[in-house]
Design a protein around this ligand. Structure first.
Ligand code: NAD
Length: 478
């Protein structure tokens, strides 16, 4: 199977005719090719998006735009199985996770399709003889750099609000997983999106991605991925004074007080780190437990970890493989060096029988107590590794929770209502979950980070503000 670029409603090969092999993470074998887009292809896509804005799309009512997005949501639901199969093949994730991803993408287009014509402006009382209104307008051409961990969901998360607000998009999905983004583009055309409103340029980050974010024809960029590349995106867009939203991962704490409902917390905490094999920006990767219940609770978590199983999508177990050889080596290096340095490994999951020895599988690992300044306690591993640490009291819990460069999500487990409120205020993060954990939460909930987790907000109605700007119109009358 070979997949092409989508530019101005047509599927085309890259101008240079080059391709990239797509690797199955369960076997390390190539199973299809995608087009290797470069600057020339990005340029054609940006020009196509601008032409779309100058054409019927730019004049379409918000209601009509919303209807197209809602039709797309219905098509996604109808093709849910196919999308899930593709996502699972491309990323190696269990089928149940891939199915949930497909359902979430549909929900993004449903939510933002419904919201498209409910974005109202303002009127402002001003001097006598003046009418002043503030209207929301699209940025123009929006650039979307999509990562490999949740390709389909990320496409829905950034594209649906952008289109709802009337932008025209150029999407650069990850070279490691982009098949569902191409399928979603096919469905978007079927739903009636005019040519050029959505363009997809597959390719490497350093080629297609860098060319897109540095292109003088884009007016806004959204990026999800590593802090290092986030900085490059920021520098590239700054040269053209283009605003961007950056979502750069986290080291999210699960904070368990001694009065918490431990039986309720345990399975949710385990799920929040092993979901998608830990390759989730909002994974709860630090387990902070109050001293009095530390031993008991960590032992419960260790039991859960020992029961975890890793396998292929069809096996539908707790975890799939890492996405690629680089990520596989990185996560294994974290685990090996922690063991070598004497950090206690408390429990490990198991790989299923019969897996390819070339697959990028890693057994989930629970370490503890992890020294507070150790890499396992501070760095984003992006794998199924949970680092447990004890804390003494509320003050200590806040200090420890805020002791990383990140601030994306936090979980607080306590039955004390006042403490819930205090903790929610004092933790530096974009989301706080109390006695629950949503790994980023639903489509309705604004999401994004503080500190090195990035800035700007996606999801919820706030995303519509990010994906648009305002125009103030002042009219004088006699
Ligand atoms: P990455 O940041 O290199 O890749 C993310 C996306 O950015 C991909 O589409 C890639 O092609 C693109 N990209 C790469 N270089 C670019 C550039 N110069 N300009 C524009 N786009 C560019 O991530 P990675 O190397 O695949 O993974 C490394 C680490 O990043 C992971 O270990 C993890 O910690 C983090 N990560 C975080 C998320 C998240 O959801 N926050 C997602 C993926 C990776």
């Amino acid at each position: 199977m070979h997949r092409q670029l989508l530019i101005e409603g047509r599927w085309v090969d890259a101008a240079a005719g080059e391709t990239i092999d797509v690797i199955d993470p369960c076997t390390a074998e190539p199973f299809c090719t995608i087009a290797r887009g470069r600057a020339e292809d990005v340029d054609r896509a940006v020009q196509a998006a601008q032409r779309a804005l100058d054409g019927p799309w730019g004049r379409m009512t918000a209601t009509e735009r919303g209807r197209i997005l809602q039709r797309l949501a219905q098509l996604i639901i109808a093709h849910g199985d196919e999308l899930a199969q593709l996502e699972a093949r491309d990323t190696g994730k269990p089928m149940a996770v891939a199915r949930a991803d497909a359902a979430a993408v549909a929900r993004y287009f449903e939510f933002y399709g419904g919201a498209a014509d409910k974005v109202h402006g303002q009127t402002i009382p001003y001097l006598n003889g003046y009418n002043v209104s503030v209207v929301r307008i699209p940025h123009g051409v929006t650039a979307h750099i999509i990562p490999w961990n949740y390709p389909a969901q990320m496409m829905g998360r950034t594209l649906a609000p952008a289109l709802a607000m009337g932008n025209a998009a150029v999407v650069k999905p990850s070279e490691d997983a982009c098949l569902t983004t191409l399928k979603l583009a096919e469905l978007a055309m079927e739903a009636g999106l005019p040519p050029g409103v959505l363009n997809i340029v597959t390719g490497y980050g350093a080629e297609a991605g860098a060319a897109l974010t540095a292109h003088p024809g884009i007016h806004f960029a959204t990026f999800t991925g590593s802090p290092e590349v986030g900085m490059q995106v920021q520098q590239a867009t700054a040269r053209n004074h283009v605003p961007c939203v950056l979502e750069l991962g986290g080291k999210s704490p699960q904070i368990v007080f001694d009065d918490a409902d431990l039986a309720k917390a345990a399975p949710i905490i385990v799920r929040a780190i092993v979901q998608n094999a830990g390759q989730t920006c909002s994974a709860g990767s630090r387990l902070l437990v109050q001293q009095g219940v530390y031993d008991r609770f960590v032992e419960t978590i260790a039991h859960h970890f020992s029961a975890l199983r890793v396998g292929t999508p069809e096996m539908d177990l707790d975890c799939g493989p890492m996405i690629n050889a680089k990520q596989h080596a990185r996560v294994r290096a974290f685990i090996a060096s922690a063991i070598e340095q004497g950090v206690p490994l408390l429990a490990e999951g198991k790989l299923a029988e019969g897996l390819s020895p070339n697959g990028y599988f890693v057994a989930p690992a629970l370490f503890g107590p992890v020294p507070r300044t150790h890499g396992l306690a501070c760095q984003e591993i992006f794998g199924p590794v949970l680092s447990a640490m004890p804390f003494t009291d509320e003050e200590d819990a806040v200090r420890l929770a805020n002791a990383t460069e990140y601030g994306l999500v936090a979980g607080v487990w306590t039955e004390n209502g006042s403490r819930q409120s205090r903790m929610a205020r004092r933790i530096a993060s974009g989301q706080v979950f109390i006695n629950c954990y949503g790994a980023g939460g639903g489509v309705e909930l604004p999401f994004g980070g503080v500190k090195k987790s990035g800035y700007g907000r996606e999801k919820g109605l706030l995303a519509l503000e990010e994906m648009s700007t305002t125009k103030t119109i002042v009219q004088h009358y006699e």
